[in-house]
Design a protein around this ligand. Structure first.
Ligand code: ATP
Ligand code: MG
Ligand code: ZN
Length: 687
């Protein structure tokens, strides 16, 4: 106590003598923070003795600060950065950061979130404390890209990551400690390193930035357990102002980010979700010849020479196998193409990414493993070969097109057939309390003194979800370890109720995402841009700069290509197409120029309505009986309409994938009645 009082007294004297001396201010701040720490341990008497002197020092410090230069105007910083004007939202975010407020920055991919924290770093020179901007980012590729760009600016940035050249990280630490660095880029697991924490402790952190903040939101495919620990890291740094930045935040995810990072009275900055230079084509491909039509549409768009350029392009596929096949298809047309998925050895993956980034490959065909942090400005087309698992994921991927502000096109090839894959994905991911127990037991067998170390990238999707459920159920405590390792401490208890709640929440979210994307692909009558903006809770109307979407501005050329693709399948030659690259040539000549054999009026969103074939009466009766049983006293049509039963008998689906393809059958039906129906159908085999 006495010691603290003395420190305060010395600091006060020093500051009064030389108010301009930044060391004096720093010492005064240090004295105050020691007083704050001691406060909690003091009784009423001690507090009474401390509050007077501490209050005086605080007042003095504030009055000194008032006479210092005011923080620079955001425009001035922008100019030093070498840019002429702010993009929407950036000025607000920079201002909030300069004022020391917490901020949640939600801007679509490519909108310019980085600038929101890079400019405040430039302002730190004015502050005698030389505060540091700490930026946490999930991917090394992302960081190193940003770091390299910062080298060309006035911002003095360092980056800490595993795999850097010998001596790099040590120098970076020195640059932080010496006060030279204004901004440090680090992966979340860095906070597991004692050296890093100690060096940060020598600096005042003026702003703590969590980039790609949606990684903290569980159940998303970008979820990173180590992001959960950031709130703790922020606390140990003396709780500086926090800026969370993300491109994917529905209002609910935004709330989860704020809660998980412990944001306080934060300023919400959103530039709006619209990307005016993107045009959205959603093409629905159903039934016979669906794959051929997809191929025709894709090649048509990628090879299109009328209008703005179509490449470089990214083509997203749902499976690794499709990735290779579609890459073969495109390469078969003489377009330099690479495939990218998590199943490739790291070296090949890196080579593929570099080839695309560097321009040797014009097209990359990839799973969703490709993309976070890919800042290639001139991507002209982003195509989806299959329906993505969520609308957020779709928009984030589509948003990788046209980051330079020039026109770009998003093409979604949607088929109800894909919904089966999504349903399977959701069903497989569903876990029970038993699964969680079994998983923690498995971990426990590997544990040493109750702790298991999990290597980066070791967890698959299912395990990640199991682990986060275990954490919420109190069975596991997660903390980041060295070199990206996640340390899991097993407590030996599991709160079954909490686990159940977490499981239910995960399940509900999965189905909610599913329903949103299903609605989106099914709704071919409303503006695609409008539907997306509405999903993100953006009340603004979209303001396309060129073509809007396939609903507002249909593209007759694309429709012709689709029709021609379908015609190819009807012809015997089209049917013989072999899988892989050779398929491309089967389409040769028909995709590009369109074919005069089919009327142009065939719309890609029209599905062919075949005249109804009669169905077997006996089988039909049995299905109605089955339906009665499933209705549990409610009206039978609540299970399925008669026309749907008839269609089921016509197509005789043998799997959930085939079942979901039937019009009128949705995920809810599959979930509730799917298995039971398939059993009945199997029993009807002879009829
Ligand atoms: N005010 C501006 N004027 C001109 N160019 C800008 C401006 N702000 C940002 N940019 C440029 O826009 C591009 C995208 O910026 P940035 O990487 O910050 O996007 P982002 O919002 O972080 O996207 P992502 O979600 O993909 O990470 C960069 O090349 C950047 O230099
Ligand atoms: Mg970014
Ligand atoms: Zn539209």
């Amino acid at each position: 106590m006495q010691e603290i009082l003395e420190t305060i007294e010395v600091a006060q004297r020093e500051l009064a003598q030389s108010p301009e001396d930044r060391l004096a201010s720093a010492r005064a701040r240090g004295a105050l923070s020691r007083a704050r720490e001691a406060w909690g341990t003091l009784g009423p008497e001690g507090r009474a003795r401390l509050s007077g002197p501490a209050g005086e020092l605080r007042g003095l410090l504030d009055s000194v600060a008032e006479h210092r230069d005011p923080p620079p105007a955001p425009e001035e910083l922008l100019e030093r950065f070498g840019l002429p004007s702010f993009r929407p939202g950036q000025r607000e975010a920079v201002t909030a950061a300069l004022e020391g407020r917490d901020t949640l920055v939600v801007m679509p991919t490519g909108a310019g979130k980085s600038l929101c924290y890079q400019l405040p770093a430039l302002a730190t020179d004015r502050d005698p404390d030389r505060p540091l901007v700490v930026v946490v980012s999930p991917l090394i590729a992302l960081m190193s890209d940003q770091w390299q760009r910062l080298q060309e600016t006035e911002v003095r940035a360092v980056m800490l990551a595993s795999g850097m050249a010998e001596g790099h990280n040590g120098r970076a630490l020195m640059d932080i400690e010496s006060g030279w660095a204004q901004l440090v880029l680090a992966a979340p697991e860095r906070f597991g390193s004692r050296a890093f924490r100690e060096v940060l402790g020598t600096r005042k952190v003026g702003l703590f930035v969590v980039d790609e903040a949606h990684c903290v939101a569980e159940w998303g495919h970008d979820f990173r357990p180590d992001y959960l620990r950031l709130q703790g890291a922020i606390a140990t740094l003396g709780r500086p102002p926090v800026m969370a930045a993300t491109a994917t935040a529905t209002p609910r995810v935004a709330r989860e980010i704020a809660a998980r990072l412990g944001l306080r009275e934060w300023v919400s900055v959103s530039s709006g979700f619209d990307r005016p230079n993107l045009a959205f084509d959603v093409v629905s491909v159903e039934g016979k010849g669906a794959v051929a039509r997809k191929r025709a549409a894709l090649l048509h768009v990628l090879e299109s020479e009328a209008g703005p350029p179509a490449r470089p392009a990214i083509v997203y596929c749902g499976t690794r196998k499709d990735t290779e096949e579609v890459a073969g298809l495109i390469a078969g047309r003489g377009i330099a193409t690479v495939a990218y998925h998590a199943g490739l050895p790291p070296r090949e993956r890196r080579a593929a990414q570099e080839a695309f980034m560097g321009g040797e490959a014009e097209v990359v065909v990839a799973t969703n493993a490709f993309g976070m942090g890919v800042d290639k400005a001139d991507v002209r087309t982003v195509a989806h070969w299959a329906v993505p698992t969520s609308l957020e994921g779709y928009y984030q991927e589509a948003g990788r097109g046209g980051r330079d502000g020039e026109p770009a096109r998003a093409l979604l090839l949607a088929s109800r057939m894909d919904l089966g894959r999504l349903i399977r994905f959701n069903t497989e991911r569903q876990s029970s309390v038993e699964d969680v127990r079994a998983y923690t037991a498995r971990l426990a067998r590997r544990a040493r003194e109750g702790v298991v170390e999990i290597a980066p990238g070791e967890l698959d999707d299912t395990e990640r979800v199991l682990l986060s459920i275990a954490e919420r159920a109190g069975a596991a405590e997660l903390e980041p370890g060295a070199r990206g390792v996640l340390r899991v401490r097993l407590t030996g208890h599991l709160d079954g109720g909490a686990a159940y709640g977490a499981i239910k929440a995960a399940k509900d979210r999965g189905w909610e995402s599913y329903r949103a994307i299903e609605r989106f692909i099914a709704n071919g009558s409303e503006c695609r841009r409008g539907q997306i903006l509405e999903h993100f809770g953006d009340s603004q109307r979209g303001t396309p700069r060129g073509r809007c979407c396939s609903v507002c501005d249909p593209d007759p050329e694309l429709e012709r290509a689709l029709a021609a693709g379908a015609a190819k399948v009807a012809s015997p030659r089209g049917k013989r197409g072999s899988p892989g690259g050779a398929r491309g040539s089967a389409l040769n000549g028909s995709t590009h120029h369109g074919s005069a054999t089919l009327p142009v009026s065939v719309s890609p969103t029209d599905s062919v309505v075949a005249p109804a074939e009669p169905v077997d009466e006996g089988a039909y009766e049995q299905l109605r009986e089955w339906r009665l049983g499933r209705a549990e006293g409610k009206p039978a049509f609540t299970v399925a309409a008669n026309t749907v039963l008839e269609e089921i008998l016509r197509t005789r689906p043998a799997s959930l994938d085939a079942l979901i393809e039937i019009r009128g059958i949705g995920p809810a039906f599959c979930e509730k009645h799917g298995e039971s129906l398939l059993e009945v159908l199997a029993g009807l085999a002879g009829l």
